[in-house]
Design a protein. Structure first.
Length: 207
């Protein structure tokens, strides 16, 4: 788990919170089902240790490919059977197939919602408050929100309801954890969601 845990943590966007909480989260941010846009974006992120990373991602309703630093490519597909994944480590020359359980063990990625929408609902009690008027981030309009948790800690994000994507996230320490530099709505190139053939099965916790 040692090497793969640190590797996948570079792919996971920082928000050290787990699913739970207030009922208005879903109704405010995801008022309608099946509205996920096909998008391609580039962003900067910061992992849980404070290290910066570059992110490029393609996403549609059921598929995601996210590249971190041009080294790690995570492919995810959602189906009735659950979440299936393929992680490609270009530096190590490894291709690893897994599932949601493997991701949890290795990188603390919670579910499709965290992979596709970057944002995860806070644990326990919290208050979700609009943070003023909409603004533009990298040419796209988003609505600022502030989340105050039961322990008083707060983080902010600017949510694009149209894209179902936060365009920026600031963590409780006031650090910019995620910011989208460019985003576009277009059909992805052919094969962008097709991973290489796996060489190892469900072994993301290898030493």
């Amino acid at each position: 788990m040692k090497r793969w845990a640190s590797a996948i943590s570079a792919v996971a966007i920082l928000l050290a919170v787990a699913p739970a909480g207030a009922s208005d989260w879903q109704s405010t941010l995801f008022p309608r089902k099946d509205q996920t846009k096909t998008i391609h974006y580039r962003a900067r992120s910061m992992d849980r240790s404070g290290q910066p990373h570059s992110v490029e991602a393609w996403r549609d309703k059921e598929r995601l490919r996210r590249s971190s630093d041009g080294i790690l490519d995570l492919y995810a597909t959602r189906s009735l059977d659950g979440l299936s994944t393929v992680l490609v480590d270009k530096r190590a020359g490894r291709v690893v197939r897994g599932d949601e359980g493997a991701l949890l063990r290795a990188g603390h990625i919670e579910a499709w919602s965290e992979l596709a929408y970057v944002l995860v609902r806070p644990a326990g009690s919290f208050e979700l408050v609009k943070g003023g008027r909409p603004k533009r981030v990298s040419g796209t309009v988003c609505q600022p929100y502030r989340v105050v948790r039961g322990d008083g800690r707060a983080f902010t994000f600017c949510w694009s309801a149209r894209l179902r994507l936060p365009l920026e996230i600031t963590d409780p320490q006031g650090r910019q954890a995620f910011v989208v530099e460019s985003v576009e709505e277009r059909r992805p190139p052919a094969g962008v969601f097709v991973p290489p053939a796996p060489a190892v099965t469900d072994r993301t916790d290898d030493d």
